[in-house]
Design a binder for this molecule. Structure first.
Ligand SMILES: [Zn+2]
Length: 493
């Protein structure tokens, strides 16, 4: 097939463990599903990294001219607290602790999630379906799996029969695990469980009387198992076969392994052509976890209100830092790393500004086309953003050399150069040319608010000379005060 925009992408497929040439199932169209957040608490920074990685993939595919349908779900039906299918639904637990409705929790943290991803300039997906909005589809799937003999009902709950499935299929095909090893490594059932084998997983759970989130089904009033929604929603919106399924590395097993098993058991095939997994984000060399204290959330990182980092970092600097690592590598978040990224980001933005005022010559001593293709080659190689960024720093060197006169560029090449820089820096990496830190902005508004208050006091004391002086002198430095019945606001120009 004709590669798009003359570029041919290779994607590392977790299923085969190889980089493969990307050939979409339908020429020109790409279907991509990414496991979204569970909305029972503020979004984890590691999840932000995962969603940012797939945002970059989404942006690149769109840039090449593919029509992309990107589906990222919202898990609002709650997960059980552990993979053994016992324990309390996380959303219900949080609701009980805070004495509010489960859907209030869902609403609060969905809004938080949307705010955070918008702050980091992630594009919205094409469809953002919710688990609770697809209970009927999940019930239909369970019925098919039972009809095909791969699930059984006990006391109103339905379990997937992993041993039966593994007789004719390979449970572990994605995570490269063997059922024999899983059997060896799991504890025996304690006699309380309805499961035939500890490896079986819930497709439907009968709700206890205290369980708030529940729906009627042929088996009981209950709720779906946590692997099921993605199987239902991905195939509903992307078809019986689709191109890319992504998620964090931690979802490979059991979540994605179970998705494959559910699809094969219900429909006879794994619908996914390329499985992609984004790697983990660590903090100061070890796993982030709230309980150990080695933890920082997006808001704390952005505001600087934390004991881990020396200062606040802007969303674009954090995004630049994350893009400096390949999505398949573990990334260690450190203050030193962020400071270095901030320096690099500012250098890049200064060069982007300088690019607008470069002088042109009759000849070019810098091969813009070759440089541009090197940038594409980096992206084509499994979305290698660190190599792309290395090429962007090469561009910075060239921009500075053109500025100093040691390298020349023609008008035509400069236009190509400007367009390419714009594409790679803003369109694909999703950065914004904002160099002042959020901290600086906060300090400025704090100071102006203080002056607005002093001006109000002056007016209340009929000291109009002083109140006008405050307004006029602020105007001189580019800050306009806008008086209205609701009070005074300000704008900068
Ligand atoms: Zn999922």
């Amino acid at each position: 097939m004709q590669p798009y925009n003359n570029q041919q992408i290779k994607i590392y497929n977790s299923l085969t463990g190889k980089k493969e040439i990307f050939e979409p199932i339908n020429n020109g169209y790409v279907g991509m599903y990414v496991c979204g957040p569970t909305v029972y608490s503020n979004v984890h920074l590691g999840n932000v990294r995962t969603f940012m990685s797939f945002d970059m993939v989404f942006r690149y595919l769109k840039h090449l001219g593919y029509k992309v349908r990107y589906v990222r779900n919202i898990t609002d039906a709650g997960h059980l607290e552990n993979d053994a299918d016992v324990g309390e639904d996380k959303i219900t637990k949080k609701a009980r602790l805070e004495e509010i409705e489960p859907m209030e929790i869902v609403q609060r943290y969905t809004v938080d999630f949307h705010n955070v991803v918008a702050t980091f300039n992630l594009l919205p997906p094409s469809i953002e379906p919710t688990a609770t909005g697809h209970i009927i589809e999940q019930i239909e799937l369970i019925s098919s799996i039972i009809d095909n003999g791969f699930a059984y009902e006990v006391n109103g709950s339905v379990y997937f029969d992993v041993h039966k499935y593994n007789e004719t299929n390979d449970y572990g095909i994605l995570s490269k695990r063997k059922l024999e090893d899983l059997i060896h490594n799991t504890r025996a059932l304690d006699g309380q469980s309805d499961k035939k084998n500890p490896q079986d997983f819930a497709l439907w759970k009968k709700a206890e009387p205290t369980h708030i989130m529940r729906w009627p089904s042929p088996w009981s009033d209950g709720f779906p198992g946590w692997h099921l929604e993605c199987t239902a929603m991905s195939t509903k919106y992307l078809g019986e076969q689709f191109d890319i399924h992504g998620g964090g590395m931690d979802l490979k097993f059991p979540h994605h392994e179970c998705e494959i098993a559910q699809n094969k058991a219900a429909k006879g095939q794994d619908p996914v052509k390329y499985w992609m997994h984004a790697n983990m984000l660590e903090l100061n060399g070890s796993r982030m976890s709230k309980s150990s204290g080695n933890y920082i959330n997006p808001a704390e990182l952005l505001s600087g209100k934390n004991d881990i980092m020396s200062k606040a970092y802007s969303p674009s600097v954090i995004r630049f830092f994350m893009m400096q690592a390949a999505y398949r590598s573990v990334l260690d978040l450190t203050d030193t790393g962020l400071l270095a990224s901030e320096k690099g980001f500012n250098r890049l933005m200064n060069a982007v500004d300088d690019l607008q005022n470069l002088k042109t010559s009759n000849t070019s001593s810098f091969d813009v086309k070759e440089w541009k293709q090197a940038c594409y080659n980096a992206m084509n190689d499994d979305f290698n953003t660190p190599i792309l960024i290395a090429n962007l720093f090469e561009a910075v060197t060239q921009i500075n050399a053109i500025k100093e006169g040691s390298v020349t560029i023609t008008k035509e090449d400069l236009d190509t150069f400007k367009t390419a820089i714009h594409v790679f820096v803003f369109e694909l990496l999703g950065l914004k040319n904002v160099q002042e830190s959020e901290e600086g902005t906060n300090k400025l508004s704090g100071a102006v608010e203080l002056l607005i208050k002093l001006r109000q006091e002056a007016r209340a004391n009929k000291d109009f000379a002083l109140s006008d002086k405050i307004r006029d002198e602020l105007a001189e430095v580019g800050i306009t005060l806008n008086d209205s019945r609701e009070g005074t606001t300000f704008s900068t120009n």
